[in-house]
Design a protein around this ligand. Structure first.
Ligand code: URA
Length: 432
């Protein structure tokens, strides 16, 4: 079967066989299929979709296009969490040490910021000395000794996805549910874990703006993971406004530490518990999510989760002085308040606009090799549904320049004060 015949079948909405998909991915990875033919495949898939067998085969073929981590020398069930990306979404940072404090193994391979959404690795690099690039052996040793490690991809994980994503980016085929599902799951399956909880975000600041799209994506990813033998669960969580109160790299480490000290914002703790509790159950520490929540809260009250975070930082070369002294991390030169222009209730605070503002301040990248200003960002004093008085500060912006009037105007245009609204529901749905 030639690539032309595969394309004709896909165009005609006929189901591709496993061998057709595997051959296509293998040849694409090896550079034997031109970009224009894969681009045609992507566009045909965008319009015709994929059956579950096609999608499972595509995901597995993409996973096997590169290195697959073998974590079998680490005893016990290895659990992982993945978020589709949001603003102020720092959940992995408190979640990993809370689970590790319960003796659960949490090997995490994380990413950098993408567009307006922040990246866990960028946040961790606000901690002086923290190394996100460590060898596979050091990673496994740390999981055995500390229980958790958060690192960047080691080796060559899913190269077919890397090449395919670059084409999707320039052929208007990024927002295809099957293509997103295969992209995410090929990388997650390559990390060698046994259980995965997905946080699929929905709302203004999310990839999937509508809840039904988020649910469809979650359902498909759960199915693919189960087919591959993983324990799976997905949580659909809200991303209309940022999660927590702080957006920016240093600022989000500060909020993580506050959370581990029992002084963090309620919404961040709630999403962390909603994702971590099923992971405790998957790791077979209890069969009740209610009990799991109590166990997780116990790691905060007895200080063991904070101590674990310190152990992880130390193991990866970071300065554990930051646990007590936030000033050891980079901070911006200026702090500028954004006042409420009228009185009423905050009823719009677009998460994506806050993320873009933080990126424009220098906290995120517009190009792959941009250097970051770790200290910049935004601290929110009001969230959706809060009462505000004219002149009161809605947020503090940490900036490297004194004049950020353009960014303030941009933020003012993406928030609104008016009639009272209820705070949005945080957890929309659980998909098992
Ligand atoms: N994240 C990924 O890794 N892939 C996608 O296609 C979308 C989000």
């Amino acid at each position: 079967m030639t690539m032309l015949e595969t394309l004709m079948k896909k165009r005609n909405n006929e189901e591709l066989s496993a061998i057709e998909i595997e051959t296509m991915i293998q040849n694409f990875t090896d550079g034997k299929i031109p970009d224009y033919q894969i681009s045609a495949f992507l566009m045909a898939t965008y319009f015709t979709g994929m059956t579950i067998p096609e999608l499972t085969t595509l995901t597995m073929a993409m996973m096997h296009s590169g290195d697959v981590l073998d974590l079998s020398e680490i005893p016990g069930i290895k659990v992982d969490k993945h978020s589709t990306g949001g603003v102020g979404d720092k959940v992995s940072l408190p979640l990993a040490p809370m689970l590790a404090a319960l003796n659960i193994k949490v090997p995490m391979i994380s990413g950098r910021g993408l567009g307006h959404t922040g990246g866990t690795l960028d946040k961790l690099e606000a901690i002086p000395g923290y190394q996100v690039e460590i060898s596979e052996d050091a990673f496994k040793k740390q999981i055995n000794q500390v229980g958790t490690a958060i690192i960047g991809a080691t080796g060559n994980i899913a190269p077919a996805d890397k090449k395919m994503y670059a084409l999707r980016d320039v052929t208007a085929t990024v927002d295809s549910i099957p293509l997103i599902a295969a992209s995410i799951m090929s990388k997650k399956l390559a990390t060698g874990n046994n259980a995965l909880v997905l946080d699929v975000k929905t709302g203004a600041g999310a990839f999937m703006k509508k809840q039904d799209q988020a649910e469809a994506l979650a359902q498909i990813m759960v199915k693919i993971g189960k087919e591959a033998g993983m324990q799976m669960q997905a949580v659909i969580s809200d991303m209309n406004q940022p999660l927590g109160s702080k957006v920016g790299n240093t600022l989000e480490i500060e909020e993580t530490l506050d959370t581990l000290k029992g002084q963090g914002p309620k919404d961040l703790l709630e999403v962390t518990l909603a994702l971590a509790a099923p992971m405790v159950v998957m790791a077979k520490k209890t069969d009740s999510e209610m009990v799991a929540r109590e166990m997780l809260m116990g790691t905060i009250t007895d200080g063991s989760a904070l101590a674990k975070f310190g152990e992880m930082i130390a193991a990866q070369g970071g300065d554990i002085g930051v646990l007590d002294d936030y000033q050891l991390m980079p901070h911006a030169k200026y702090e500028i308040e954004v006042p409420a222009l009228t009185s009423g209730y905050l009823n719009r605070l677009d998460a994506d606009a806050v993320g873009i503002a933080s990126m424009r301040l220098g906290g995120g990248r517009t190009k792959k090799d941009d250097l970051l200003d770790y200290g910049v960002g935004i601290t929110l004093h009001k969230k959706l549904g809060d009462a505000v008085k004219a002149g009161e500060s809605l947020m503090t912006i940490a900036a490297e320049q004194a004049d950020i009037s353009e960014i303030i105007d941009y933020l003012q245009a993406h928030l609104a004060i008016g009639v009272e609204v209820a705070a949005p529901t945080l957890i929309h749905k659980i998909i098992k």
